[in-house]
Write a protein that binds this ligand. Structure first.
Ligand SMILES: [Zn+2]
Length: 318
């Protein structure tokens, strides 16, 4: 049997040779040089990846399990970090009740757009990195006892930009909701129209709004939920025409960016400009709702807005 001999160094009992001579100048050793602690950088390397997430606002490290349970909202500063479309849907609908529509619909590079990279290669890259076909996921779901049409955008796919697929999927969802007499919820996050599709993307603004007009004509409610950020062509079309417009805390909401507005108007912008709180104060938004309360509040609102309507039958219990 092999024996291990422990040296004093291994046990941390060795004497550290003093580096600094005595200030008395007698040639004798002075203070032992203070042992340096490892720099914090290398310490961080010891933390296994995928266990902690750093809050994008306050910088606190949050245990991943807590981060996910809190729906990516920082428990210390309440910063609402971006959340993917599928995760959002999971947090809103009753388990196994989401029937996705047009899951395979994919954008086509109609203009053969080439910039730094071609639109075609961009699409392929984002489809690979996000696992999505485009920047919106749509379907019919059940929330509480209500059946509803639900569309959720995902900012991680080309900045949540609205191209012809986003417009077409949302339009089909709105038309399905109208046909089935269902209320509608769209959770938006977008940088605006997709420049790679030029006029085709701008046309989606009119198309989605026209479909919403038919939905409204059938006296069906539409709730628009604005999350960080919702801007430009999306804000200027379906996101801003809800019967109820809700927003997440701290979300940036607007049409043009603050720098463009400042340069155009040559005026100093007020503090908090283009935040959800600023717009609530001025009446554009009806309520600001923390992410964790969104589902229960939506169910409550669907209850108010569909009162007196004959509800669509619930699916048979499993
Ligand atoms: Zn934080």
């Amino acid at each position: 049997m092999a024996t291990t001999s422990f040296t004093k160094k291994m046990l941390g009992l060795h004497t550290v040779k003093p580096d600094v001579p005595s200030p008395l100048g007698n040639g004798k050793p002075g203070f032992a040089k203070k042992l340096k602690l490892a720099p914090s950088k290398s310490k961080r390397k010891d933390i296994p990846e995928g266990l902690w997430t750093k809050c994008g606002k306050c910088g606190t490290m949050v245990f991943d399990k807590e981060w996910d349970e809190n729906l990516k909202v920082c428990p210390y500063c309440q910063y609402h970090s971006p959340i993917g479309a599928r995760e959002r849907i999971h947090s809103l609908v009753e388990t196994c009740t989401f029937e996705e529509m047009d899951a395979g619909m994919t954008s086509v590079d109609m203009l053969e757009f080439t910039g730094v990279a071609s639109y075609k290669s961009k699409l392929e890259d984002y489809q690979k990195s996000t696992g999505l076909k485009d920047a919106v996921v749509t379907g019919i779901c059940r929330m509480g006892e209500h059946r509803a049409g639900l569309g959720v955008m995902d900012f991680s796919f080309l900045g949540g930009s609205m191209g012809s697929v986003v417009g077409e999927k949302l339009t089909r969802l709105i038309e399905r909701a109208t046909e089935k007499e269902l209320p509608l919820i769209i959770v938006s996050t977008s940088g605006g129209a997709r420049m790679y599709e030029g006029m085709f993307s701008l046309m989606q603004m009119a198309k989605t709004c026209a479909a919403l007009a038919y939905h409204a004509k059938a006296r069906l409610p539409y709730i628009s939920v604005l999350t960080h950020p919702t801007t430009a062509g999306v804000m200027a079309s379906y996101a801003s025409v809800g019967d109820l417009i809700l927003a997440e805390p701290g979300a940036m909401i607007g049409f043009a960016g603050p720098r463009v507005i400042k340069d155009t108007t040559q005026a100093e912008l007020p503090p908090g400009f283009q935040t959800a709180e600023f717009l609530l104060d001025r009446g554009l938004i009806d309520a600001i709702i923390p992410r964790k309360e969104l589902k229960s509040r939506l169910i409550e609102y669907l209850g108010f807005l569909t009162v007196g309507r004959v509800r669509a039958p619930l699916p048979a219990p499993e």
